[in-house]
Design a protein around this ligand. Structure first.
Ligand code: 5GP
Length: 173
């Protein structure tokens, strides 16, 4: 089946928002022992751009997750496929996500990471689909609120394709 991709958020729109988020995060984390955690795979592009928009010393680590569901819905049962490389005790952790949909994945990750006693734990998500929320999760820094559409590009996939699109698009059959 071939799809047509239409642009939802252009490269320029994303870049402007990422710059603003980076500036806001710089102000909040100044002087703090900061760790940016990229939640793989979907947030790899956003996290790379965001990290370069935050003009502060920081460490960067990666958390690989796999969510068991029926393919389009997250079940909230999240398997860690790649754990952080170091302890996060007394570290100011910023979790970077591509999209908060049902909220189950981020809720699970927050619960898990809190047990490791970070100095603080916050969430930065590029996208949020509030209409699909199954659980309320705190999003401390948010790029864009979007409607209930399946989006691809800028790290987000459909069957592992489209992650390298430089913008956020929607697929139409
Ligand atoms: P949640 O647990 O919040 O329902 O799901 C979060 C994960 O589901 C995201 O990290 C992402 O991998 C996937 N996801 C949710 N909505 C979309 C979407 O519109 N497009 C893509 N490509 N992935 C999505």
């Amino acid at each position: 089946m071939s799809f047509v991709v239409s642009t939802l958020l252009s490269q320029e729109t994303i870049a402007d928002r990422v710059r603003a988020l980076g500036e806001q995060i710089r102000t909040d984390y100044e002087g703090k022992n900061m760790l940016l955690v990229c939640v793989l795979k979907g947030s790899f592009v956003f996290a790379a751009d965001l990290a370069r928009a935050i003009d502060l010393p920081m460490k960067i680590d990666f958390l690989g997750t796999r969510s068991y569901g029926d393919g389009t819905e997250s079940s909230g049962v999240v398997q860690i496929t790649h754990d952080l490389s170091r302890p996060i005790e007394d570290v100011h952790v910023l979790l970077v996500e591509d999209i908060v949909d049902s909220g189950l994945t981020i809720a699970h990750l927050l619960k898990l990471l809190r047990t490791r006693n970070p100095a603080s734990l916050k969430v930065c998500s590029l996208l949020h689909k509030p209409s699909r929320a199954k659980i309320e999760v705190p999003i401390d820094y948010l790029g864009f609120t979007i409607e209930d559409r399946f989006v691809i590009g800028y790290g987000l996939d459909h069957a592992e394709q489209y992650r390298n699109l430089p913008y956020i698009g929607v697929l139409t059959a």
